[in-house]
Write a protein that binds this ligand. Structure first.
Ligand SMILES: [Zn+2]
Length: 259
């Protein structure tokens, strides 16, 4: 039976960004929103799983040099103690114990710490890696080659559909593409808490779950809208709660450790 469960889910704080709501959502307002950039670590009997890796350590030293004009556009605030490896240590984990990394997508605020886990197995939706190496010019500022090139020899598992990481139903990659060609979300079933879906950037702010409006810079807005609908259906049917990774209210309201 596919009734396995993870033992613990911990949200790791990362950088803070600020963007206009209208840059996050078509039809959004002209107001600035502060966006947390968490990564998540999941304890499972078969090993430690990381969802996303946050911002590259070099951004803490020189954001303009490493990110180019995206640094100012995103108003990034970041420091060395917030890198994903340091946050793992801070929360009592050894980064070398991370067995699997599930990559929501390869944008600069999610893929910056990939190279810190050379021995892990990386799960990603097929199409994302190739696109991140050579995105179309309008989308290029959101991908940093320096995040990706050092991982060329890593153990990448490219999946073409929803994927059950350990085969026990506890951790399921949901193919929620559109924001990028290989965007995914992660369903997590825990022993003593209701299931939760970590949305990655399938949605950026909770308001999109009402408007179903994609982001102006989504790779494929129609697919993005379909993926938002899929997540909303999961929520409406009561199959799982949604943790919208960048949503400031979700960051405030969800417990940062669940069992
Ligand atoms: Zn993104």
């Amino acid at each position: 039976m596919e009734n396995g469960a993870a033992t613990r889910l911990v949200a790791l704080p990362g950088a803070m960004l600020s963007m206009k709501e209208s840059d996050l959502m078509l039809g959004g307002r002209d107001v600035m929103i502060d966006l947390p950039v968490p990564s998540f670590v999941v304890e499972h009997p078969k090993g430690l799983v990381l969802f996303d890796t946050g911002v590259n350590p070099q951004v803490a030293e020189n954001p303009d040099q490493y990110w180019g004009r995206a640094a100012k556009f995103l108003n990034v605030r970041f420091s060395r103690n917030l890198t994903v490896d340091n946050q793992l240590r801070e929360h009592g984990y050894n980064p070398a114990d991370v067995k699997c990394v599930v990559v929501s997508h390869l944008h600069l605020d999610h893929a910056g710490g990939l190279a810190l886990f050379p021995d892990a197995k990386f799960f990603i939706v097929k199409g994302e890696l190739a696109h991140a190496y050579w995105p179309e010019p309008r989308l290029r500022p959101a991908f940093i080659l320096g995040d990706i090139l050092p991982t060329r020899g890593f153990d990448w598992q490219e999946v073409t559909q929803d994927t059950d990481i350990f085969g026990d139903g506890s951790l399921q990659m949901l193919r929620t593409v559109g924001h990028t060609p290989g965007e995914c979300s992660l369903f997590v079933r825990l022993r003593h808490s209701p299931p939760v879906v970590l949305t990655g950037d399938t949605v950026h702010i909770r308001r999109q779950l009402t408007t179903l409006a994609p982001m102006p810079t989504d790779y494929d807005p129609n697919e993005a809208a379909e993926s938002i609908k899929r997540l909303r259906r999961i929520q409406d049917l009561g199959l799982a709660r949604l943790w919208v990774s960048h949503d400031p209210e979700d960051w405030k309201n969800y417990p940062h450790a669940m069992e």
